[in-house]
Design a protein around this ligand. Structure first.
Ligand code: ADP
Ligand code: ADP
Ligand code: ZN
Length: 215
C-alpha cells in the first residue's frame, strides 16, 4: 500500500504515520527527517537544504525529489510506504507519479489531515522530539509515560526543532497554503483524496484513518 499524509505543519502527519507504521509494518518516509539528517551530516543535499529550512521555506524540488527517489528504491519499501511531508508541490506530485509509474506501483490513498491555524500554532509550540528515534511528543498533549524517557526507544535526550519558533511557523503555514494546498484539487481529480478532522485527540484521528484504510 502506498499512502500519502497531507496537511499543514503540526497537523499530526508524523504522529499518525508512526502509528500506521506500528499497526501495518509499512515504513514511514519523512522528507523532513531525511533533510534534517542530511543537514546534520553536512552532505551536499543538506547544505543545499539548510537555509530554506531555517527560513521556513520549502527546499528545492530537485533536492527533495532526489532524496525521495533514492529512498523508495530501498528494500524496506518493497511492499509499500507512508509518505509524510512529500509531495509538497505540484512538481513533486508529478515526479512521484512518474516514479510510481516506472515501478509499476499505484497510489492507494491520500489522506488530508485538517487542523485550524490556531491549533497548529499550539501544537508546534509544544512539540519536542526524541533525538535518537524521532518520536514526537507534546507538552501538554503527549508526554512520555516516564518523564524524560522516550516511550519508543528509551532515549533520554529531546530537542525542540529550531524551525518551530513562531516567526518561522508563520512562514511554513504560508508555504503550505501557497505551494502545497494546490495538491488537494490535484488528488481530488484522481479520486484518491480523503479528508479527515485532525482536531480530535491522537487516538481518535488514528481510528478514523484505520477505518478509512480498511474501507
Ligand atoms: P506534523 O508531522 O504534521 O508536522 P506532528 O505529528 O509532529 O505533526 O504533530 C505536531 C505536534 O502536535 C506534536 O508535538 C504531536 O505530539 C502533537 N499532536 C499530534 N497530533 C495531535 C492531536 N491529534 N492532538 C493533540 N496533539 C497532537
Ligand atoms: P512539518 O511537518 O512540521 O512541516 P517537516 O519535518 O515535514 O515539518 O519539514 C520541515 C522542513 O523541511 C520544511 O519546512 C521544509 O523546509 C523541508 N521539507 C520537508 N519536506 C519537504 C518537501 N517535500 N519539499 C520541500 N521542502 C520540504
Ligand atoms: Zn526515542
Amino acid at each position: 500500500m502506498i499512502l500519502i499524509l497531507l496537511g499543514p505543519p503540526g497537523a499530526g502527519k508524523g504522529t499518525q504515520a508512526r502509528l500506521i507504521m506500528e499497526k501495518t509494518g509499512l515504513v514511514q518516509l519523512s522528507t523532513g527527517d531525511m533533510l534534517r539528517e542530511a543537514v546534520a551530516a553536512a552532505t551536499e543535499q543538506g547544505q543545499a537544504a539548510k537555509a530554506a529550512m531555517e527560513a521556513g521555506a520549502l527546499v528545492s524540488d530537485d533536492v527533495v525529489i532526489a532524496i525521495t527517489a533514492e529512498r523508495i528504491e530501498k528494500e524496506d519499501c518493497r511492499d509499500g510506504f507512508i509518505l509524510d511531508g512529500f509531495p509538497r508541490t505540484v512538481a513533486q506530485a508529478e515526479a512521484l507519479d512518474r516514479m510510481l509509474d516506472e515501478k509499476g506501483c499505484r497510489l492507494d490513498h491520500v489522506i488530508e489531515i485538517r487542523v485550524d491555524d490556531e491549533e497548529l500554532v499550539k501544537r508546534i509550540a509544544g512539540r519536542f522530539v526524541c533525538t535518537k528515534c524521532n518520536e514526537n511528543y507534546h507538552d501538554p498533549f503527549k508526554r512520555p509515560a516516564i518523564e524524560g524517557t522516550c516511550d519508543k526507544c528509551g532515549g533520554t535526550k529531546f530537542i525542540r526543532r529550531n524551525d518551530d519558533r513562531e516567526e518561522t511557523v508563520r512562514a511554513r503555514l504560508a508555504a503550505y497554503n501557497r505551494e502545497t494546498a494546490p495538491l488537494l484539487p490535484y488528488y481530488q481529480a484522481r479520486g484518491v483524496l480523503r479528508s479527515i478532522d485532525g482536531m480530535n485527540p491522537i487516538g481518535e484521528v488514528a481510528k478514523e484513518i484505520e477505518l478509512l484504510l480498511a474501507g
